[in-house]
Structures are given as structure tokens and as C-alpha cells.
Design a protein around this ligand. Structure first.
Ligand code: SF4
Length: 363
């Protein structure tokens, strides 16, 4: 009787060892396979030259090695690259490479997706307009990193990963954490959790689980508003997990020494960018180990908000800085290829005034 081939790219190292053992293959070959798949970016078993021919034949009859297929590759003038990736079932996701070249060493960041679409429906996000199509598997999540590392020549170079692409990572908790364990393996890419940032709207039970993870990534909370009424309008899951509940978990979150939770705040012109908003934000974060990342909106067709002026952004940032909150304003990357935050997939629609926007959202 024939049985379906197992996808090695979906297995953690311990699962791979068990799968080999079940087929009477020595467990240590799992480490060799991990090296080929993750460190060398090889998916063709015939190219794994340190495995004997008989073993390669056995492996080929039992296993496949899945990899998202690159069907689009857009390059921004600032070096950002947006890859359109097709999965085995034909669904498509986007993964973004963001280079940064400060005066010291260059830094590289991969922004990856955890779901096809997203169920969270944030009012300023194009992905949210798609709704949730399906969760990604651990192999598909880790696979984006394999594709990006190979495409950018960074298989041997340290890079950061941000789980800020399509989807809400805590809404696909198990597969996301499994992918991080696969990427962490010292026999593969050995990505340290310190180089990974998980961004969430604040799914409280997920945050509580995350607080107990042995391999804990950095945490970023997408806050975006300072009152429950305003936040529920912008980030609908706030209805179930309001500001007080999220901040309470954040206060108890077991942070490493000197690390802080990043609070992301998309600035929408005339909506959440007033001095009163800034002062309320200061109060909310008073006893949280926090830093704030301000993200002036990247306007897009179909998103009913505008980007605030630089003066409004500066005034907001200054109020936080004056109260000793570490604040940064995110540079917008890859705007010419729609690779910036909240711009992945789906376009269409018309812009509206700020008053119309809130009226629409508050309905
Ligand atoms: S901002 Fe993030 S959580 Fe909100 S809809 Fe977009 S992808 Fe989902």
C-alpha cells in the first residue's frame, strides 16, 4: 500500500528524527537534512551530497520538501523587496525584505505572514479587508524565511524577523510557535528569539500563553488608540480584549532585563493624532516597560484615512518624549511597491474625510 509523502519542511527537528526512525533511518541524518534545507536552501534530495545514494533514494520515496514558490518580486528604490509567494494550494501571501544601512553594520529584516488574509479587520489595513482565508502551516511560515534568506543571499548572515505581515500571529498560535522553533534550531538557521518580534493586536489568552514560552520573541502590541471606543472602531478585537485587559497582561509580562514592549501606533490624520491622544497614551503606559513606535499611515486606495502632516507627527512624538517615553517614528519603507505596513494585498475604494472615517467606523 502506498502512503502519502511527508513534507520535511513541516517537521521540527525532533519530529524529523522520529519520522526517520520510523523508517529505519538513523536519527542523526535529521541534522544533516536540517542543514541542507535551512542553511543551504536545498530542496532537491539528490543535491544532498553527504547522504549516500541508497539513503537518498529512500528519502525521495518517503518525503518531499515543500517551499513557497516565488511568483512576484518587486523592488523598491529604497532596497525593500516584496515577494509574492504561492503556496501548494495556489493561495498567495507576501513576504518583505527590508534592508537598513545605518552608519554601523547593515541590518536586515524579513517581514513575514502567519495567515492568508486576516480576521481582525483593522480599519486602516488592506489585509484586514480580505478577511481570513486560512491559517498558514508552520512550514509555510518558516518557508518564507527560507525563501527570503536564499533570495537575498543571507543564509549565512544574521537577520531579524518581524511577524508583521499578513495575519494575526496569536490567532494562529501553535503553527507560529512551531515555525519559530524550527527557525531557532542550531542545525538550521539558528535564529535567536531576540531577533524575532511578534506583533499582535492583543489577543489576551494568546499573550498569556506567550508569557510562558521558553523561546519568547520580542513583543509588539498594535495599540493605535487611547480609548476603548476609538480602539474598538479601529481595531475591532478590542471589543473582546479592551485596553485595560491588554495593559494588565503587559504589566505582568516576563520581560528580559532591559527589554521593553513596543507599542505600535498608526497615526491617522485628525483621528488619533491629537495632543490629547498623546497625553492619554502617556497615562496608559505609565507603569508599563514600554517604548512607542509611531507609524504615520501609508495611505492606500480603499483605506479611508489620511497620513498626518510631519508637524502633527512631531508634536505627538514630542509629547511622549517630554514624559520620558522612548519614541521612534517608523520610516516608511517600500511605499512605491506597497510593501509598507498594512499595505499587503487588495486594493480599491475611495478616500474619505476624517469625520466620515470615524462616523463609518463607529457605526
Ligand atoms: S493590521 Fe494586522 S491584525 Fe489588523 S487586520 Fe491588518 S494584518 Fe490583521
Amino acid at each position: 500500500m502506498t502512503h502519502p509523502q511527508v513534507d520535511l519542511a513541516e517537521l521540527e527537528l525532533s519530529e524529523l528524527e522520529a519520522a526517520l526512525e520510523a523508517r529505519a533511518v538513523e536519527r542523526f541524518h535529521a541534522r544533516q537534512l536540517y542543514r541542507w534545507i535551512y542553511r543551504h536552501g536545498v530542496t532537491d534530495i539528490d543535491r544532498m551530497s553527504d547522504l549516500g545514494r541508497t539513503l537518498r533514494e529512500t528519502l525521495k520515496s518517503e518525503f518531499v520538501i515543500g517551499m513557497p514558490c516565488t511568483v512576484g518580486d518587486e523592488r523598491s528604490i529604497d532596497g525593500t523587496r516584496k515577494l509574492l509567494l504561492e503556496l501548494a494550494d495556489g493561495k498567495r501571501i507576501e513576504a518583505v525584505f527590508i534592508p537598513d544601512t545605518p552608519a554601523t553594520a547593515p541590518r536586515y529584516t524579513f517581514c513575514i505572514s502567519t495567515q492568508v488574509g486576516c480576521a481582525m479587520s483593522c480599519g486602516f489595513c488592506l489585509t484586514g479587508k480580505m478577511g481570513l482565508v486560512r491559517n498558514l502551516t508552520a512550514g509555510e511560515i518558516a518557508g518564507q524565511v527560507r525563501v527570503l534568506a536564499a533570495a537575498t543571499g543571507l543564509l549565512d548572515y544574521p537577520f531579524n524577523i518581524v511577524l508583521m505581515g499578513m495575519g494575526e500571529p496569536l490567532h494562529n498560535y501553535d503553527q507560529t510557535m512551531k515555525a519559530l522553533r524550527m527557525l531557532h534550531s542550531e542545525h538550521g538557521l539558528a535564529v535567536s528569539p531576540r531577533r524575532v518580534t511578534l506583533s499582535t493586536v492583543g489577543i489576551v489568552p494568546g499573550l498569556e500563553r506567550l508569557a510562558r514560552e521558553p523561546l519568547m520573541p520580542n513583543l509588539a502590541i498594535s495599540l493605535h488608540a487611547t480609548t476603548d471606543e476609538q480602539r474598538t472602531a479601529l481595531v475591532p478585537p478590542n471589543r473582546k480584549y479592551p485596553l485595560a485587559a491588554i495593559l494588565e497582561v503587559c504589566r505582568r509580562f516576563p520581560l528580559k532585563k532591559r527589554s521593553r514592549i513596543t507599542f505600535e501606533y498608526v497615526l491617522l490624520d485628525g483621528v488619533n493624532d491629537t495632543p490629547e491622544d498623546a497625553r492619554r497614551l502617556v497615562k496608559l503606559l505609565a507603569d508599563v516597560k514600554a517604548k512607542v513606535n509611531l507609524i504615520p499611515l501609508n495611505p492606500a486606495p480603499g483605506i479611508p484615512f489620511e497620513r498626518p502632516s510631519d508637524e502633527r507627527v512631531d508634536r505627538f512624538a514630542q509629547i511622549l518624549a517630554d514624559r520620558h517615553i522612548t519614541v521612534s517614528v517608523r520610516k516608511s519603507r517600500g511605499r512605491d511597491i506597497r510593501a509598507a505596513c498594512g499595505q499587503l494585498i487588495v486594493e480599491g475604494g475611495t478616500k474619505k474625510s476624517a469625520a466620515q472615517q470615524m462616523a463609518l467606523l463607529m457605526r
